[in-house]
Design a protein around this ligand. Structure first.
Ligand SMILES: O=c1ccn([C@H]2C[C@H](O)[C@@H](COP(=O)(O)OP(=O)(O)OP(=O)(O)O)O2)c(=O)[nH]1
Ligand SMILES: [Mg+2]
Length: 148
């Protein structure tokens, strides 16, 4: 990537000694983020996994927290709120919400790659309230109106 965007990151005490989230390959969209804790997700269990990191994202960007497909495919372990939203003004600990949809307990060890972080541009909307909207070919059709 030729022009990466700088993002401030602060290690919290329990994040000391862990690698920062990193791109596994040169063309990766997401940085793999590591767990800062040992925790076992029993089947059906949800947990906010600590990363030991806080960030300050530049104005005009967000970070999306996305699942790793390998964990979802092999173990049914995923991110229930995907894509998780890290706001540019959030200064608390970045956590990865995880759920075990599988049939077996899933142990997470400190240092395991649990999810991936995608930096993405955001645009804020400004409402312009009107009495009527313009007509379109689709109109109010949705939810399968064009067929399967
Ligand atoms: O997977 C996530 C999702 C959110 N957050 C943190 C950063 C984010 O900026 C904040 C709020 O997230 P969100 O807006 O999704 O949650 P909410 O339920 O609307 O909470 P709030 O009322 O605090 O906005 O929580 C995480 O650390 N991990
Ligand atoms: Mg919110």
């Amino acid at each position: 990537m030729t022009n990466p965007v700088g993002v401030q990151v602060k290690r919290l005490p329990h994040g000391e000694g862990l690698e920062l989230p990193a791109y596994a390959t040169s063309g990766a969209a997401g940085m793999d983020v590591l767990s800062a804790e040992d925790v076992t997700l029993e089947p059906g269990m949800r947990h906010a996994v600590a990363t030991g990191l806080s960030v300050a994202i530049p104005d005009g960007y967000e970070i999306q927290v996305r699942p790793r497909s390998g964990l979802a495919f092999k173990f049914g372990v995923t991110v229930p709120n995907t894509p998780g939203t890290i706001d540019s003004d959030y200064r608390g600990e970045l956590k990865v919400l995880m759920i075990n949809h599988g049939t077996d307990a899933f142990p997470i060890k400190r240092g395991d790659r649990v999810a991936q972080l995608v930096l993405a541009p955001v645009t804020q909307a400004q409402w312009h309230e009107v009495a009527e909207l313009d007509d379109t070919e689709r109109g109010a059709g949705g939810f399968g109106s064009t067929g399967r």
